[in-house]
Design a protein around this ligand. Sequence first.
Ligand SMILES: Cc1ncc(COP(=O)(O)O)c(C=O)c1O
Length: 446
Amino acid sequence: MARSIVKIISEVPGPKSRQLYSEMEQNVPRGAAHLTPIAVSSAKGATVTDVDGNTYLDFAGGIGVLNVGHCSDEVVKAIKDQADNYLHVCFHVLIYEPYIRLANKLNTITPGQFPKKTILVNSGAEAVENAIKIAKYHTKRYGVLSFLEGFHGRTALAVSLTGQIQPYKYNFGPSIPWVYHLPFAYCYRCPFGQTYPSCEVVCAKYVERVFESAISPDAIAALIVEPVQGEGGFIVPPKEFLPELYRICKENGIAFVADEIQTGFARTGKMFAIEHSQIEPDMIVTAKSVGGGTVLSAVTGRAEMMEAPHVGGLGGTYGGHPLSCQAGLAAINIIEKDNLAGRSISIGKRLKEALCAMQEKYPIIGDVRGLGAMVAIELVKDRVTKEPASKETALLRKKCYQNGLIIIGAGIHHNVIRFLVPLVITDEELNEGLSILEEAIRSIQI
Ligand SMILES: Cc1ncc(COP(=O)(O)O)c(C=O)c1O
């Protein structure tokens, strides 16, 4: 099919990318993985151009960071304007307006009809660490519940909460104690071998078993959950799952923490995915798209909970950097004024329609699922046994980037392709990307 946006003028990776790749191998440890061998030179909206002059459609969006697109004019302007004033003073030394405005904005737009406060930090993992520290301090309890297949980051506590061995936990030694993993509502591969709705969402009730045999509920500070699991493979739980967990938390004085790092900021068709369940979490952790492409994360929660830790117990040198705060304010403004939540719904509809049509033609697509524009396909060797098509998924990613489409995987079996397209993508760009994807899927049929 003729391409109007994608332009591949050299082999991929081209000579300049290959050169940089080899320099990278000499200087950077292999642990910092890279999903393509392509070196970027510029990016705009939903496209990236590499150092060899090839232009690609970006369906990965920096792993969910670019809901407002690459280098949005407004975000870039906000950063430049701020850079003319001051770069860094450290919020613990001199307070500044962008931090306070952003904290106020997050307190306002997050669900929950109660007074809230926000602390700004840098990475998703750092926000997760802070949320759990705050919950522990507030409740004076030290247990934490998280989920199998869940992902919360790579720092010591965050990786302990994470429910995936490869590549995150393997060989890194013992977890932080008192973390208990619960089964998630992964209906395509039900951990209880049941089918929704006749299962009566038995997975949500499993927590009662944990209370009986592993840890008493009055020792648990927090339950942390992704409303839709991200790295786990875009797993959307049935509508009863999160409210049931929330009810159990409320009955037992456990802080309910929603990890909206990947799901937040209109990705699922609402500003926050937890809004689909009409739950008011005690704390919400955000990162990725909150910063419009800059380094930023946040914990927003009930004021009395957030106020628990003593002065100096929270923070860090760079938390709420002025450039990031300005970028974040600009990004949230774009999401609101351009109704990116509405756009997320229409992108999701188009993605699902196209992917379901492909599923009918290509047996390798075992499942199509998602919420709003947070959509994924799970690839299997056999639809009955559901044997994961992990190697084929890696091959599909390669064929796609060689033909001008950047896509990334997910899932504990590495057999899920997830779509995190910038929500500013045009219909033409979306359709062109989907046609590249279909050609690649056709070529790797098993
Ligand atoms: C749901 C979720 N939580 C936490 C993190 C960790 O964020 P970071 O990589 O910024 O530490 C991620 C990153 O992918 C995520 O998707």
